[in-house]
Write a protein that binds this ligand. Structure first.
Ligand code: ADP
Ligand code: MG
Length: 188
């Protein structure tokens, strides 16, 4: 599905990734393991087009993706979604869940009105937040684990082929971490 091919990338003159290659196959999970500062998030940035590598390519189903997200099509952007470590800072504090989840649904799938509302409720049910109770809440009215569930719903809203999880549980306490891992496992 997704291939990193001989990617060298870094910041300024410092190389963080040196000739890195790996494949991600459909319906499989690939774990990227390494100490803090070893370049895991940098690899995610190259895949999502936030960082342009100095060498190498990212291929989606065998076709090279434009290096920068700016040059990628809406459909190419839709296919690879990301869930972030800091659920808190990843959500616009002024938007209610209706909009936080509704915007990517409208943008990527073009749904409006009733169909949009149904899809938002459907995604809330999927992450086990009761739509009537939660749809009009702000991020500040949620627990840490619930915020991360919204991060998951936003990624799923785009109906992506690949989801990158960048330490999505490390900001949560242990019991909540387990709930998030179970949820991701169930959604796979
Ligand atoms: P990891 O996610 O594995 O903890 P990162 O990919 O975030 O590691 O960082 C890899 C290296 O790149 C670290 O040495 C870090 O200091 C450096 N780095 C990360 N982001 C930047 C940046 N925006 N500018 C300069 N150096 C950075
Ligand atoms: Mg990181």
């Amino acid at each position: 599905m997704l291939t990193l091919e001989n990617v060298t990338a870094g910041y300024g003159v410092m190389n963080v990734l040196d000739n890195v290659s790996f494949d991600i196959h459909a319906r499989r999970t690939v774990a990227v393991v390494g100490e803090s500062g070893s370049g895991k998030s940098t690899a995610a940035r190259v895949i999502t087009g936030l960082l342009v590598p100095s060498k190498g390519e990212v291929l989606f189903e065998g076709q090279a993706l434009p290096q920068s997200y700016k040059a990628r099509s809406r459909d190419q952007l839709r296919q690879t979604q990301m869930i972030y470590q800091m659920a808190d800072t990843a959500l616009n504090p002024k938007l209610r869940l209706r909009e936080l989840i509704g915007r990517p649904v409208a943008m990527y799938l073009g749904l409006k009105g009733r169909a949009l509302e149904e899809r938002i409720c459907n995604l809330l049910n999927l992450i086990e937040l009761e739509p009537d109770t939660y749809i009009d809440r702000l991020p500040s009215e949620l627990s840490g684990g619930q915020k991360q569930r919204i991060g998951i719903a936003r990624a799923l809203a785009a109906e992506p082929r690949v989801i990158i999880c960048d330490e999505v549980t490390s900001a949560l306490d242990q019991i909540v971490q387990e709930g998030i891992l179970r949820l991701l496992d169930r959604l796979q």
